[in-house]
Design a binder for this molecule. Structure first.
Ligand SMILES: CC(C)(COP(=O)(O)OP(=O)(O)OC[C@H]1O[C@@H](n2cnc3c(N)ncnc32)[C@H](O)[C@@H]1OP(=O)(O)O)[C@@H](O)C(=O)NCCC(=O)NCCS
Length: 178
């Protein structure tokens, strides 16, 4: 493991965080890379030494990476009821198709929307991006496991294809720039 990574690992306060960090290195190995192939830019965004794109996520006992020829972002989130309380911080357009009265489905869909927006953020890494105002997730059904989204801000307009999986009570989302 490289010096910077060792330093990060030793400075982590929680064992869960350390495990997440180490499991990502294990996943890298599975994909034929090692810690020396990975570096971070000043924003904390990870990059590989070759011309592939990488994105990383970890949450509790889950970690996931995506390595692609296209720009890609990945996010894993636990499905939690408390997402309802913060929905108006990251949802606007999507309220047109969400149905808050179906509470379980509402939580699952909000978690997908959050994951889509985090994944797109990880691809674009734009300063000043607002999940609520700049990213629009198009209507979807949970069992279709896919939707599309648009990022629109200043002079940027980009479309994304996004995919999701529910695993235990977690939602894994990944996105590709079209
Ligand atoms: C940085 C951020 C994307 C991390 O997401 P998270 O859900 O907290 O954590 P995750 O486990 O999913 O992702 C962490 C990984 O993201 C990657 N990452 C960190 N900063 C990144 C960036 N600027 N761009 C892309 N990827 C980044 C790293 O690989 C990191 O893991 P590692 O350091 O162990 O390698 C997130 O905290 C963030 O800043 N999001 C945008 C916030 C925002 O605009 N919110 C608006 C709410 S209305």
């Amino acid at each position: 493991m490289n010096e910077k990574s060792l330093q990060r690992l030793n400075n982590m306060k929680s064992e869960l965080h350390q495990r997440g960090f180490l499991s990502v290195r294990k996943l890298l190995q599975e994909a034929g890379y090692n810690d020396y192939d990975l570096h971070y830019d000043e924003s904390g965004k990870p990059h590989l030494k070759d011309d592939k794109f990488i994105s990383i996520t970890h949450s509790f006992h889950f970690s996931a990476i995506i390595i692609s020829d296209q720009k890609a972002g990945i996010d894993i989130e636990m499905q939690r009821e408390k997402i309802i309380r913060i929905a108006d911080k990251f949802v606007d357009y999507e309220f047109h198709f969400l149905k808050p009265e179906k509470i379980q489905e509402y939580i699952r869909k909000l978690t997908v929307i959050w994951g889509v927006k985090e994944s797109i953020f990880k691809i674009c890494n734009e300063k000043g991006i607002s999940f609520k105002d700049h990213i629009q997730v198009n209507p979807f059904e949970i069992d279709k496991k896919t939707t599309t989204a648009i990022l629109e801000m200043e002079n940027i307009k980009q479309q994304f294809s996004t995919y999701f999986e529910e695993i235990e009570n977690f939602t894994l989302v990944y996105a590709f720039e079209n």
